[in-house]
Design a protein around this ligand. Sequence first.
Ligand code: IFM
Length: 441
Amino acid sequence: MQFRRSDFPEGFLFGAATAAYQIEGHKFGGAGSTHWDTFAATPGNVIRAEDGALACDHYHRFGEDLDLLQEAGMGAYRFSTSWARVMPDGKTPNPKGLDFYDMLTDAILERGLKPFQTLYHWELPSALADQGGWTNRDTVHRFGEFVDVITNKIGDRMDSIATVNEPWCVAFLSHFLGHHAPGLRDIRATARAMHHINLAHGEAMTRLRDKGMKNCGIVLNFDHATPLDDTQESAAAANLQDAISNRWFVEAITKGTYPTEVLAGFAPHMPDGWQDDMEQISQPIDFLGVNYYTRHRITSDPDAPWPGVRDVPGDLPLTQMDWEIYPQGLYDFLTRLSREYVGDLPLYVTENGMAWDDKVENGAVFDPERTKFVSDHILAAKRAIADGANVKGFFYWSLLDNYEWAFGYEKRFGMIHVDFDTLKRTPKASYYALKAAIARE
Ligand code: IFM
């Protein structure tokens, strides 16, 4: 890696991130069915119809996984607490699920790691999906009850609590593009989910504040929308894409408004009285989490229905996901967010990483592509700090190879290889490279 820990301000955190359904093994400990179980059971949705029933069996192996995190010299662990594990039917607490997160929290702290919790990383109980999931306003209130229950159990020991991971994926990718559970392609469902997920953030913030929780915020994903060319049409299309993917959420949360160009499409489908929710949605937060992976080259598609934009593949090197590698985009977002939305509020890079078709050879995994990817993105964050962004930490996605949603177990994002037959963990070369870079001198 081309950086050292000492290149960053004292206290800058290096960590790794995971999410419950992607690693734990949802068949253990009395967890209830999630909308991902039913989505995966529907032919054609997920590669080989794989689900998170076993995943990495982190449920039984979390000690080993946390040891690896600690041995790398990381300072924090970002994880999520599954709603369906804590409340299998969406409303009744499961003591075993609560005990699991209690144990996990203690194990994180025992290793000197800071626990960074995410309340919702897509583990929606099927019982609530049956009632319309995020298209139904009532899900927001049920989410508030979950926030109370899990916070009463472990909130006292969290260093940081994020309400929702990647609301764009929860709402647009899942209800408009149909790529994630619940797999809808419906503009009315989308408009409702786009609003209710923001309201769920607001509801969670209210509940967390009532309990005196500190360091609370949200994790948004930011996709760089680059105009394909210098025509006005491409500029307008990229602006609209940016408004849907990025501004809808950050603007609602920091300013209490929605971008007018997106409302032009959604207005007829928005839930009644949405305007009255904007105050709760935009209450103060303590940090903003930034997930960043790639850019998209955008132009207009006049023959397509709203939003009438088209994504044109570019010529930058690609990851195993076919995502272009564009570290400058991370710099751009960190500085833009500081300038236009959050000022001096702490920013964390809560996810950044790449999938690669890694293989274990002679007991080791050689992944120089990932080492370069991480190094280039961390250097982009360093430049953003030099230019005034208040970036406080960087979390690699992901600690482990895991369940990559509709791609099943095929795409390997981990710094630690997982053999999904034996569940053996093998740290990759990038893990050792990061360990060396962040070692205290
Ligand atoms: O695996 C996902 C994660 O759950 C959310 N952010 C993006 C990652 C890679 O696709």
